[in-house]
Design a protein around this ligand. Structure first.
Ligand code: ARG
Length: 460
């Protein structure tokens, strides 16, 4: 990067910018990643200007050819970015003037960097929403596949991280899936407000040229236009909304991660994450650490940080554009990068996860997970619920003392606590009986899980 070029925007200033201030106020180091969007926006702007006869057809064509050449230069690494030109917009414009001469100076007619940058950020985010949606979709698909494979696999379900009632692993995967359905809805909703065109607002008040904003919007694929010029250049709600979607999604991934970390411990040993997603320890030869879920749990905090960054950035800005807004890019880009990486690795990881059904089953048996089923059984036989609760409490205490699960007690042993218990009690005390009995919409029965998977697949 050089600082040599002559500045485009400083005729009014008699003194050159302080060298350090020049670097301090520049954004080209991080906003150059929007070069494609900047060029696309400029081509649309020039096209519109020619349609309304502010530019001639020849001028338009020269400008477009120049911009296309610049895009190739940047793609191939032949472009010299300059700190003195401050940002991606002025770097490209300066190069355009160097390439095509006087005509290049006409491109900026009827626009300002204020509406230009707002347009570029929206275009960039819109371009990134697609791959993010695709990765989210891949993860959902991976979860559906695991859920399908493990629809009958029984595990202990937890409340307070204590064994509560048996559930199927497929049901647990579908719980994760549901969380992601809401994330996908939020992304789609936020995309609507991202896809609104600020260009035409110029610096803040609009322009004296006879511009056609509808045309620019349709050329760039925007389906709305920012209707107030002051709001158009200063609105960053769309970035905050996107980051808010991202924060909730990362919170979900972080919760999944917490479970995977617990489940892959030697004490639980419910799942194997696959060697490709873990690392060893430099000192302890036995270790296989769940680095990927741990790192995603960690990265959640930076997305939350970006959320606060953006909210705080906006909270006391008067209308319209303020230079503060240059600070919107790094947190937004960081959130985009973090999300793309996290979703991608999560989808890959969930595609190869192995489930240890025997260990889950043993764990479910150890925790008296069918105690509620016994209480419900007694209620069906005429025992009031509170009494049933006590009978089961006594039965569990007896089981603990004799190191037996409820299903391993004999009928005589169980009948010590209630005369209402009969031979058919064993149907409800098994893990299979317990999950199969929860056979209603949203319940954990394998039949319901399979129906939920089918429904999800139909809606995709
Ligand atoms: N680099 C600036 C930004 O990121 C572009 C807009 C600058 N506009 C201005 N009037 N200084 O927001």
């Amino acid at each position: 990067m050089t600082t040599a070029n002559k500045k485009l925007s400083s005729a009014r200033l008699t003194q050159p910018t302080d060298k350090f201030v020049e670097e301090f106020t520049a954004s080209v180091q991080f906003d150059q990643r929007m070069f494609r969007q900047d060029i696309r926006g400029s081509i649309a702007h020039a096209t519109m200007l020619a349609e309304v006869k502010v530019l001639t057809i020849e001028e338009r064509d020269q400008i477009i050819a120049g911009l296309q050449q610049i895009e190739q230069e940047i793609e191939s690494g032949d472009f010299e970015w300059s700190i003195a030109q401050e940002d991606v917009h002025m770097n490209i414009e300066a190069r355009l003037i160097a390439l095509i001469g006087e005509v290049g100076k006409k491109l900026h007619t009827g626009r300002s960097r204020n509406d230009q940058v707002a347009t570029d950020v929206r275009l960039y985010l819109r371009d990134m929403i697609d791959p993010i949606g695709q990765q989210l979709n891949r993860l959902q698909e991976a979860l559906l596949n695991v859920a399908e494979r493990e629809a009958d696999t029984i595990m202990p379900g937890f409340t307070h991280l204590q064994t509560a009632q048996p559930v199927t692993f497929g049901h647990h995967m579908m719980a994760w899936y549901e969380m992601l359905v809401r994330d996908a809805e939020r992304l789609e909703d936020c995309a609507k407000r991202v896809n609104s065109l600020p260009l035409g607002a110029a610096a803040l008040a609009g322009t004296t040229f006879p511009i056609d904003r509808e045309m620019t919007a349709s050329l760039l694929g925007f389906d709305r236009i920012c209707l107030n010029s002051l709001d158009a250049v200063s609105d960053r709600d769309f970035a905050i909304e996107f980051n808010s979607f991202a924060s909730i999604l990362m919170m979900h991934l972080s919760r999944f991660s917490e479970e995977l970390i617990i489940w892959s411990s030697a004490q639980f040993d419910f799942v194997d994450l696959g060697d490709a997603f873990c690392t060893g320890s430099s000192i302890m030869p036995q270790k296989k650490n769940p680095d990927v879920p741990e790192l995603i749990r960690g990265k959640t905090s930076r997305v939350y940080g970006n959320m606060f960054n953006l909210l705080t950035l906006m909270k006391n800005q008067p209308l319209a554009y303020n230079k503060d807004n240059q600070e919107d890019k790094e947190p937004l880009f960081d959130t985009i990068d973090t999300l793309l990486g996290s979703l991608r690795v999560y989808a890959d990881m969930m595609s190869v996860i192995t489930v240890k059904a025997d260990n889950m089953r043993q764990a479910a048996l150890r925790g008296y997970a069918t105690a509620t089923d016994l209480a419900d059984y007694l209620v069906r036989k005429g025992t009031p619920f509170r009494d049933a609760h006590e009978v089961v409490g006594l039965s569990v205490a007896y089981g603990i003392k004799h190191k037996k699960d409820l299903s391993e007690l004999t009928l005589e042993e169980l009948q010590q606590f209630s005369a209402n218990i009969e031979q058919d009690v064993f149907e409800v005390l098994t893990l299979e009986g317990s999950v199969a009995a929860r056979n209603h919409l949203g319940g954990t029965a394998p039949e319901q899980v399979k129906a939920a998977i089918q429904k999800a697949r139909r809606q995709r």
